[in-house]
Design a protein around this ligand. Structure first.
Ligand SMILES: [Zn+2]
Length: 73
């Protein structure tokens, strides 16, 4: 997805999410939902801000609340 203000990439396939989660764990962090911070919820997708070098993980319920067009599902 692209907009004029910010470029965002979405990651929602299981193998990429597993790799991101493993990378976070290797830095002593846990991939936690950015919105509700509920560590008990599995991460359903990740938004990658291409310019800020920042990633936002989102759990299933929060991911489904993303505006239409932000992800394919
Ligand atoms: Zn959440």
């Amino acid at each position: 997805m692209q907009s004029e203000l910010i470029q965002i990439e979405t990651i929602e396939d299981a193998s990429s999410l597993a790799a991101l989660s493993a990378a976070a764990r290797s830095r002593g962090a846990e991939l936690v939902c950015r919105r509700c911070l509920n560590i008990g919820e599995a991460i359903a997708g990740v938004l990658v801000m291409l310019e800020g070098d920042e990633i936002w993980a989102l759990c299933g319920p929060c991911w489904r609340e993303l505006p239409r067009g932000m992800h394919a599902a």
